[in-house]
Design a protein around this ligand. Structure first.
Ligand code: SF4
Length: 185
Protein backbone atom coordinates (compact mmCIF):
# COMPACT_ATOMS: atom_id res chain seq x y z
CA UNK A 1 0.00 0.00 0.00
CA UNK A 2 1.30 3.47 -0.88
CA UNK A 3 1.68 5.79 2.07
CA UNK A 4 0.02 9.20 2.03
CA UNK A 5 1.90 12.36 2.96
CA UNK A 6 0.98 14.29 6.08
CA UNK A 7 2.52 17.50 7.42
CA UNK A 8 3.04 17.36 11.18
CA UNK A 9 3.37 20.66 13.01
CA UNK A 10 5.98 20.06 15.74
CA UNK A 11 6.21 22.13 18.92
CA UNK A 12 9.18 20.36 20.55
CA UNK A 13 11.16 17.10 20.38
CA UNK A 14 9.47 15.22 23.27
CA UNK A 15 6.04 15.95 21.77
CA UNK A 16 7.28 14.79 18.35
CA UNK A 17 8.03 11.22 19.52
CA UNK A 18 4.61 9.61 19.79
CA UNK A 19 2.69 11.30 16.92
CA UNK A 20 5.52 10.51 14.51
CA UNK A 21 5.59 6.86 15.58
CA UNK A 22 1.79 6.55 15.56
CA UNK A 23 1.30 8.23 12.19
CA UNK A 24 4.02 6.10 10.61
CA UNK A 25 2.32 2.99 12.03
CA UNK A 26 -0.84 4.16 10.23
CA UNK A 27 1.15 4.28 6.98
CA UNK A 28 1.43 8.06 6.78
CA UNK A 29 4.58 9.50 5.25
CA UNK A 30 5.33 12.22 7.79
CA UNK A 31 7.04 15.54 7.05
CA UNK A 32 7.68 17.93 9.94
CA UNK A 33 6.99 21.63 10.21
CA UNK A 34 8.44 23.91 12.91
CA UNK A 35 6.76 27.27 13.46
CA UNK A 36 6.47 28.30 17.10
CA UNK A 37 6.96 32.07 17.52
CA UNK A 38 5.25 31.83 20.91
CA UNK A 39 8.41 30.43 22.51
CA UNK A 40 10.16 32.91 24.77
CA UNK A 41 12.97 33.89 25.21
CA UNK A 42 14.97 33.36 22.03
CA UNK A 43 17.47 31.09 23.82
CA UNK A 44 14.59 28.76 24.73
CA UNK A 45 13.30 28.92 21.15
CA UNK A 46 16.75 27.99 19.82
CA UNK A 47 17.04 25.10 22.27
CA UNK A 48 13.66 23.57 21.38
CA UNK A 49 14.37 24.04 17.69
CA UNK A 50 17.79 22.37 18.00
CA UNK A 51 16.34 19.29 19.69
CA UNK A 52 13.56 18.99 17.11
CA UNK A 53 16.27 19.16 14.42
CA UNK A 54 18.49 16.57 16.17
CA UNK A 55 15.69 14.14 16.96
CA UNK A 56 14.18 14.42 13.46
CA UNK A 57 17.59 13.57 12.02
CA UNK A 58 17.87 10.58 14.34
CA UNK A 59 14.49 9.19 13.27
CA UNK A 60 14.93 10.15 9.63
CA UNK A 61 12.09 12.65 9.37
CA UNK A 62 12.34 15.57 6.95
CA UNK A 63 11.36 18.84 8.57
CA UNK A 64 10.78 22.38 7.36
CA UNK A 65 11.85 25.21 9.68
CA UNK A 66 10.32 28.65 9.18
CA UNK A 67 13.17 31.12 8.94
CA UNK A 68 13.67 33.67 11.69
CA UNK A 69 12.19 34.15 15.13
CA UNK A 70 8.86 35.89 14.56
CA UNK A 71 7.86 36.78 18.09
CA UNK A 72 6.07 39.85 16.70
CA UNK A 73 3.63 37.51 14.94
CA UNK A 74 2.80 35.84 18.25
CA UNK A 75 2.53 39.16 20.11
CA UNK A 76 0.23 40.48 17.42
CA UNK A 77 -1.95 37.36 17.47
CA UNK A 78 -2.59 37.50 21.21
CA UNK A 79 -2.55 41.27 21.83
CA UNK A 80 -6.34 41.67 22.23
CA UNK A 81 -6.64 39.24 25.12
CA UNK A 82 -3.75 38.11 27.27
CA UNK A 83 -5.90 35.92 29.51
CA UNK A 84 -6.42 32.20 29.14
CA UNK A 85 -8.12 30.53 27.34
CA UNK A 86 -8.33 33.24 24.65
CA UNK A 87 -4.56 33.76 24.61
CA UNK A 88 -3.95 30.04 24.02
CA UNK A 89 -6.68 29.78 21.40
CA UNK A 90 -5.07 32.58 19.39
CA UNK A 91 -1.62 31.06 19.91
CA UNK A 92 -2.77 27.65 18.67
CA UNK A 93 -4.60 29.13 15.70
CA UNK A 94 -1.56 31.16 14.63
CA UNK A 95 0.57 28.02 14.46
CA UNK A 96 -2.11 25.74 12.99
CA UNK A 97 -2.97 28.29 10.34
CA UNK A 98 0.69 28.56 9.29
CA UNK A 99 0.93 24.75 9.14
CA UNK A 100 -2.22 24.56 6.97
CA UNK A 101 -0.83 27.28 4.70
CA UNK A 102 2.47 25.40 4.36
CA UNK A 103 0.69 22.09 3.67
CA UNK A 104 -1.22 23.74 0.87
CA UNK A 105 1.96 25.28 -0.52
CA UNK A 106 3.86 21.98 -0.68
CA UNK A 107 0.77 20.12 -2.00
CA UNK A 108 0.23 17.93 1.05
CA UNK A 109 -3.50 17.70 1.61
CA UNK A 110 -3.51 16.72 5.31
CA UNK A 111 -1.83 18.15 8.39
CA UNK A 112 -1.81 17.53 12.12
CA UNK A 113 -0.01 18.79 15.21
CA UNK A 114 2.02 17.52 18.15
CA UNK A 115 0.04 19.95 20.33
CA UNK A 116 -2.41 17.04 20.66
CA UNK A 117 0.09 15.07 22.78
CA UNK A 118 -0.11 17.16 25.90
CA UNK A 119 -2.69 16.10 28.47
CA UNK A 120 -2.56 19.74 29.67
CA UNK A 121 -3.90 21.28 26.45
CA UNK A 122 -7.54 21.56 25.37
CA UNK A 123 -7.64 18.97 22.59
CA UNK A 124 -11.20 19.72 21.50
CA UNK A 125 -10.32 23.40 21.05
CA UNK A 126 -7.19 22.45 19.09
CA UNK A 127 -9.31 20.13 16.91
CA UNK A 128 -11.80 22.90 16.11
CA UNK A 129 -9.03 25.39 15.37
CA UNK A 130 -7.18 22.84 13.22
CA UNK A 131 -10.35 22.25 11.23
CA UNK A 132 -10.90 25.99 10.88
CA UNK A 133 -7.34 26.49 9.57
CA UNK A 134 -7.77 23.51 7.24
CA UNK A 135 -10.98 24.96 5.78
CA UNK A 136 -9.25 28.31 5.33
CA UNK A 137 -6.57 26.73 3.11
CA UNK A 138 -8.51 23.91 1.47
CA UNK A 139 -6.69 21.04 3.23
CA UNK A 140 -7.69 18.47 5.88
CA UNK A 141 -6.88 18.40 9.57
CA UNK A 142 -6.09 14.96 11.00
CA UNK A 143 -7.26 14.67 14.60
CA UNK A 144 -6.00 11.94 16.90
CA UNK A 145 -5.78 11.84 20.67
CA UNK A 146 -1.99 11.48 20.82
CA UNK A 147 -2.06 12.04 24.60
CA UNK A 148 -2.48 8.25 25.02
CA UNK A 149 1.25 8.12 24.22
CA UNK A 150 2.32 10.91 26.54
CA UNK A 151 3.87 8.69 29.27
CA UNK A 152 5.65 6.56 26.69
CA UNK A 153 7.05 9.74 25.11
CA UNK A 154 8.30 10.98 28.50
CA UNK A 155 10.21 7.71 28.98
CA UNK A 156 11.70 7.78 25.48
CA UNK A 157 12.68 11.44 25.80
CA UNK A 158 14.69 10.55 28.92
CA UNK A 159 16.40 7.63 27.18
CA UNK A 160 17.14 9.82 24.15
CA UNK A 161 18.31 12.62 26.47
CA UNK A 162 16.05 15.19 24.84
CA UNK A 163 15.57 18.62 26.33
CA UNK A 164 12.28 18.76 28.25
CA UNK A 165 10.98 22.25 28.91
CA UNK A 166 9.46 23.35 32.21
CA UNK A 167 6.77 25.63 30.80
CA UNK A 168 4.43 25.78 27.83
CA UNK A 169 6.33 28.38 25.82
CA UNK A 170 5.34 32.04 25.98
CA UNK A 171 6.56 34.64 28.47
CA UNK A 172 3.20 34.50 30.25
CA UNK A 173 3.45 30.74 30.79
CA UNK A 174 7.03 31.22 32.01
CA UNK A 175 5.81 33.78 34.56
CA UNK A 176 2.90 31.52 35.54
CA UNK A 177 5.18 28.52 36.11
CA UNK A 178 7.58 30.67 38.18
CA UNK A 179 4.66 31.92 40.28
CA UNK A 180 3.58 28.32 40.96
CA UNK A 181 7.10 27.45 42.11
CA UNK A 182 7.30 30.50 44.41
CA UNK A 183 3.99 29.56 45.98
CA UNK A 184 5.26 26.00 46.35
CA UNK A 185 2.28 24.46 44.58
S1 SF4 B 1 0.43 29.15 27.54
FE1 SF4 B 1 1.16 27.92 25.78
S2 SF4 B 1 -0.59 27.73 24.40
FE2 SF4 B 1 -1.03 29.40 25.84
S3 SF4 B 1 -0.32 31.28 24.80
FE3 SF4 B 1 1.36 30.56 26.04
S4 SF4 B 1 2.59 29.27 24.69
FE4 SF4 B 1 0.61 29.53 23.72
Amino acid sequence: MHSKRILLHMCCAPCEIYPLKKLRSMNWEVEGFFYNPNIYPHTEYALRKKYVMDYSNRVNCDIYFCEGYHDEEFNNAIKNNLDKPERCMNCWYLRLNKAAEHAKMIKVDTFSTTLLVSPYQDKQAIKLLGEKAAAEHGVNFFYYDFSVGYQEAVKISKIEQLYRQKYCGCKYSLAESSAVKVKGI
